[in-house]
Write a protein that binds this ligand. Structure first.
Ligand SMILES: Cc1cc2nc3c(=O)[nH]c(=O)nc-3n(C[C@H](O)[C@H](O)[C@H](O)COP(=O)(O)OP(=O)(O)OC[C@H]3O[C@@H](n4cnc5c(N)ncnc54)[C@H](O)[C@@H]3O)c2cc1C
Length: 326
């Protein structure tokens, strides 16, 4: 439908949409006055997944279900989605900021010959134009941008937009168009699953604990993991810690790592270099623990503790435990 705001579904590869989709669908529905539609490219959709998308507010689900769509290869997805977009002419195409969606919608925008606003943190309709707000210069400034033509393609930062509330009983029409899947230039060789930490995913977590060079070695991250288990947090790291080989790169927060925007960010032994701030400065509440009172992170912290993290972390964990047991 020409007024539809499409939401590209990010899923767990097992048939369940990720919770970030509540934010994408919620924002698409808000800004389009209820015209959000989900577009799900997958090899395994589930009824529960379709219901979830409807309950979040998608009025229609375009289900492109085909074995050739897994594992993800941009060249195949783009052909299928571009063909559907050319036929259905959505007004906008939204996707969450994830590694896969980032690449996919950039390719899709290029294929459709339209602009892409990446990493958006706000949207507003101004007359009949959509205006997006996005951070630039490592988050130091916010730019407002708009598109020369439709569809307006954008990626949305996780944990910024208000998630749609799931309303049981809400239903969506499910369309199953046949997807033309191009012959792939790339061949799938092997899939390696990341070893699960048992903690929430860094970009999806509402609370993130970040350990920097002040952690002094990989063996000490266990104290952050202990706290994370108590309060349901993810554990990230600064680049200094990643470069030292203490944490894998997928846990790096910052300009050359992940961008996060949790409700609560707590930095331990992180100095607050501009490149680190670029990945977390939009966190709702920032807490910093650093033994140097002059550390730049205190300039953006809502709460700061000037102390040795090795004393503070076990104490905090103990207090959190006590509070949560009440
Ligand atoms: C192009 C480019 C891209 C980059 N991208 C990134 C990026 O994506 N992410 C990123 O993080 N960095 C990035 N950096 C690196 C960045 O500039 C900093 O070097 C890095 O963030 C520093 O990490 P840190 O804060 O852990 O270490 P440091 O700056 O060394 O800070 C360690 C802090 O720990 C404190 N400390 C030490 N011991 C204790 C203790 N016992 N208790 C409490 N506090 C203690 C110290 O006072 C100090 O403030 C990038 C740099 C460049 C040039």
């Amino acid at each position: 439908m020409a007024n539809a705001f499409w939401c590209i579904v990010e899923d767990d590869r097992r048939g369940a949409p990720k919770k970030v989709m509540a934010e994408v669908i919620g924002e698409a529905a808000r800004v389009s006055s209820g015209q959000a539609e989900a577009v799900w490219l997958t090899d395994t959709a589930t009824e529960a997944g379709l219901t979830q998308l409807a309950e979040w507010g998608a009025t229609k689900v375009w289900l492109l279900e085909n074995a050739a769509l897994a594992p993800y290869r941009g060249e195949i997805w783009v052909g299928a989605a571009a063909e559907l977009a050319a036929k259905e002419r959505p007004k906008a195409i939204f996707a969450p900021v994830t590694s896969r969606a980032r690449e996919f919608v950039a390719r899709l925008a290029a294929r459709l010959g339209v602009g892409l606003a990446a990493d958006c943190v706000a949207f507003a309709m101004e007359g009949d134009r959509l205006v997006a707000t996005r951070p630039v210069y490592a988050g130091k400034l916010l730019a407002k941008v708009t598109w020369a033509k439709t569809p307006w393609v954008a990626t949305l930062r996780p944990n910024v937009f208000r998630p749609a509330e799931a309303r049981p009983g809400r239903t969506a029409t499910v369309e199953r168009p046949t997807a033309a899947t191009a012959a792939a230039q790339m061949r799938f060789v092997e899939r390696r699953e990341e070893v699960s930490t048992g903690l929430p995913e860094l970009t999806e977590a509402e609370i993130v604990l970040s350990g920097g060079r002040g952690m002094k070695g990989p063996e000490h991250y266990v104290i952050l993991e202990d706290m994370a288990r108590v309060i349901g947090a993810a554990v990230g790291a600064s680049r200094a810690a990643v470069d030292a080989g203490w944490r894998p790169h997928r846990f790096q927060i910052g300009q050359t790592g992940r961008t996060i925007s949790p409700k609560l960010y707590m930095g331990f032994g992180v100095s607050g270099a501009i490149q680190h701030l670029a990945g977390m400065r939009t966190s709702k509440v920032i807490v910093a623990v650093n033994k140097d009172a002059e550390a730049p992170i205190f300039k953006i912290a809502d709460y700061g503790i000037v102390a040795d993290l090795f004393e503070v972390v076990p104490e905090l964990t103990k207090e959190f435990k006590k509070l949560l047991e009440k």
